[in-house]
Design a protein around this ligand. Structure first.
Ligand code: F6P
Length: 361
């Protein structure tokens, strides 16, 4: 067999670990060839952008952040494919048509696409168009259905927790409120887990629209108990009750909307209602960069090996996933209809509230 691997959407710690696992297990267990597709699905447009994936060119990539095959997000709108119907303005062909043609020309037996919900959506569309494909869930947001975890998430939580630990000491020294805006798009997993791990006093997530008076009350009550500083973690998708998400850039025909700015808004409101000195830190892309944690390296490696196993069984149109501690797979069609978000009354929110963290309700 001749299999191709691509990394769709933005980068995420652990992508290189998956690439390495696929190349190694395809060669060790089956003696198959692996081709790397550069810049996600874009590399399967004409002219194709491919590179042979040999043992030599995966050397040393296990601990590396980013993706050696390069990412697509942030491209000019006409180059970003949001669906298999997206037409290439140069030759008027849809993504599905072009990919099908190039898969045949390159004599590929199967594609392995790593990515988030957008990448899985396209993978599903390509599968329906008759292209053998396997999905691997990646995103720091951990918002893909049917898998307990995506790789990259734990690394992002580590980075955010480390930042909270550091911000604690400066907040305490100055008797300040420090608001920390974290990523996660429409899901509050990073905020919730990093907030619990980093001992936050308030955690605001998109799934629980917040009331600012409740947030201020929690901070003032801490102050009255002699805790003259507070750490407030705000997911970039958090929104006030009855209000809207804070959008930096609205989506257009080819790009997704960019969230951001809620940290500053919350900071201003806290300063106004508590009279305290407030500072805001936006962690941004720090959470996406850097070396994957050992857990993410192992999860990424397990996913890569599982994808190769699925190809050996000719089980296409599936996404590998983690259930409990077991690697399984689910049909792509089961994962593309919604995002996995934090249940507002689920166990993790209950844990947060039980240890005195306000979620702004
Ligand atoms: O989906 C991963 C993610 O990092 C989100 O948490 C964030 O909203 C978005 O990507 C940022 O995207 P970009 O790198 O295009 O600004």
């Amino acid at each position: 067999m001749n299999i191709a691997v691509l990394t769709g959407g933005g980068d995420c710690p652990g992508l290189n670990a998956v690439i390495r696992a696929i190349v190694k297990s395809a060669r060790t267990n089956h003696n198959w060839d692996v081709v790397g597709i550069e810049e996600g699905y874009e590399g399967l447009r004409t002219p194709v952008k491919t590179r042979p994936m040999t043992e030599a060119n995966i050397q040393g990539i296990l601990p590396m952040g980013g993706t050696i095959l390069w990412a697509t997000s942030g491209k000019s709108p006409d180059k970003v494919q949001k669906s298999v119907e997206a037409v290439n303005p140069e030759n008027k062909k849809s993504l599905a048509e072009e990919v099908k043609e190039n898969v045949r020309k390159l004599d590929l037996s199967c594609l392995v696409a790593m990515g988030g919900d957008g990448t899985m959506n396209i993978a599903h569309g390509l599968h329906k168009a008759g292209i053998p494909i396997i999905g691997i869930p990646k995103t720091i947001d951990n918002d893909i259905l049917s898998t307990d975890l995506t790789f990259g998430f734990q690394t992002a939580v580590n980075t955010a927790t480390d930042a909270l630990d550091k911000l604690h000491t400066t907040a305490a020294s100055h008797h300040r409120v420090i608001v920390v805006e974290v990523m996660g798009r429409y899901a509050g997993w990073i905020a919730l887990e990093a907030g619990i791990a980093g001992g936050a006093d308030v955690i605001l997530i998109p799934e629980i629209p917040f009331q600012i008076d409740k947030v201020c009350k929690a901070i003032i009550s801490r102050y009255d108990r002699g805790r003259r500083f507070s750490i407030v973690v705000v997911a970039e998708g958090a929104l006030p009750a009855g209000g809207e998400m804070s959008v930096l850039k609205h989506s257009d025909s080819g790009t997704v909307e960019r969230l951001g700015g809620i940290g500053n808004k919350v900071g201003e409101e806290i300063a106004a209602c508590t009279g305290m000195d407030v500072r805001v830190t936006v962690l941004g892309h720090l959470q996406r960069g850097g070396s994957p944690t050992p857990y993410d390296r192992i999860l990424a490696t397990r996913f890569g090996v599982a994808a190769v196993d699925l190809i050996a069984q000719l089980k296409f149109g599936e996404m590998v996933c983690l259930k409990g501690n077991e690697i399984q797979s689910v049909p792509l069609e089961d994962v593309v209809h919604a995002l996995k978000v934090v249940p507002p009354d689920g166990p993790l929110v209950r844990v947060a509230e039980s240890v005195g963290i306000s979620v702004g309700r």
